[in-house]
Design a protein around this ligand. Structure first.
Ligand code: KG4
Ligand code: ZN
Length: 352
């Protein structure tokens, strides 16, 4: 079964064709990230306009790379939420129109759930893709770490899961992005903080970790503020110094040390939560999903801490993509009803 996936929840316009939830036939992503970099974060209006410009060429490329005609497509899957309302609307309206005109079944997919399904795409025939042989088995513990979400979820089966814990404030990717802004590093913050951290000492700046009642919950807002305070102290200023002045006052060595200390503390928080849950629930598999799954520091700390090797998506499938949307729709067919192409809506704050 070939499913065409469409993803437009944030700043990536993506389309992909996935066969039987696993075989990646195409994976096309047009990002408007460069347009947002000047603003230090995603500008919703710019993102929506960019989706409108890119969606048709991206879809055409996804079909042609997959050497697939419309006759071969069995269903269309689209992100219905969570995400930016204007961005979601472009994908959903495109998918609805195609479902009607091409007469295909339509599935509305939860973006956060879909990140987990990046790990089911095991056979990627495109050049430069690594084969990820091990498909997740249930019960499966998932750590979902993206720019919008930080959740620990125990899956007993497709659509049968329990959220063990989540962030009380900022998502971990969001904390990376905000710390990057404090240090004057480019957006998106994850890769730029990781890069700066390579030259820093992770033990140089003492940063706090939150103590929460639920052992599987997370909190990153205090950590981000601690980086701000440490930065102000390092440049000899007090708490009233606006953060916008820090990038030019901090030297490269201080930025590297702050980046390394922040990254190591944030990652340790994730690893400790996941380790506790792994000990308690003894899952058959552990999967990491979302943009922060690309973090080399996270991968290294997890390797040392967990009793079993976690499954990661292919690097290109860690951040937002449409292949995961198609894979999620495939595996969730038994639990999800088909969407009505005449009235599928968008759900900006859809939760799991
Ligand atoms: O899953 P994603 O593409 O979008 C959302 O659904 O949010 O995740 C994007 C997030 C950004 O916050 C970005 O800074 C973070 O993933 N990220 C990383 C790395 N690469 C991307 N965070 C830490 N280390 C990385 N190497
Ligand atoms: Zn995402």
């Amino acid at each position: 079964m070939k499913i065409l996936g469409i993803e437009t929840s944030c700043d990536e316009t993506a389309a992909a064709v996935v066969q039987d939830g696993r075989l990646l036939l195409s994976n096309v992503i047009a990002s408007s990230v460069d347009l947002h970099a000047a603003y230090g974060g995603v500008v919703p209006e710019i993102a929506a306009r960019s989706h409108i410009e890119s969606i048709i060429p991206v879809l055409k490329e996804a079909l042609s790379t997959a050497k697939t005609s419309w006759d071969d497509i069995d269903a269309i899957a689209v992100t219905k939420g969570p995400g930016l309302i204007g961005s979601l609307l472009v994908g959903v309206m495109t998918a609805r129109t195609l479902a009607i005109t091409k007469n295909k079944p339509l599935y509305g997919v939860n973006h956060v759930e879909a990140h987990v399904y990046s790990n089911f795409i095991t056979d990627t025939k495109l050049p430069n893709y690594q084969l990820n042989q091990t498909a997740p088995t249930f019960p499966c513990l998932a750590l979902i770490v993206s720019g919008g979400h930080t959740q620990l979820v125990l899956f007993k089966g497709h659509g049968d899961y329990k959220i063990l814990g989540q962030t009380r404030d900022d998502a971990v990717g969001e904390a990376f992005d905000k710390v990057a802004k404090i240090l004057g590093l480019p957006y998106p913050g994850g890769p730029s903080v990781a890069h700066a951290a390579l030259k820093g000492d992770p033990t140089s700046v003492k940063l706090p970790t939150a103590k929460l009642d639920n052992p599987y919950d997370f909190s990153f807002s205090g950590l981000k503020t601690a980086v701000l305070r440490a930065s102000q102290t390092l440049v000899g200023a007090d708490y009233t110094l606006p953060s916008s002045q820090l990038p030019e006052l901090l030297n490269e060595g201080q930025k590297a040390n702050l980046a390394a200390s922040f990254q190591s503390t944030a990652v340790r928080t994730l690893v400790e939560g996941l380790s506790r849950a792994t000990d308690k629930y003894a899952p058959k598999s552990v999967v990491i999903a979302g943009g922060v799954a690309a973090s080399p520091a996270l991968r290294a700390q997890l390797k040392a801490a967990l009793p079993l090797e976690p499954i990661y998506p292919d690097m290109k499938l860690c951040t937002d993509n449409a292949a995961m949307i198609a894979a999620a729709a495939y595996y969730r067919q038994t639990v999800d009803k088909q969407a009505d192409p005449r009235n599928l809506g968008v759900f900006p704050s859809l939760s799991m």
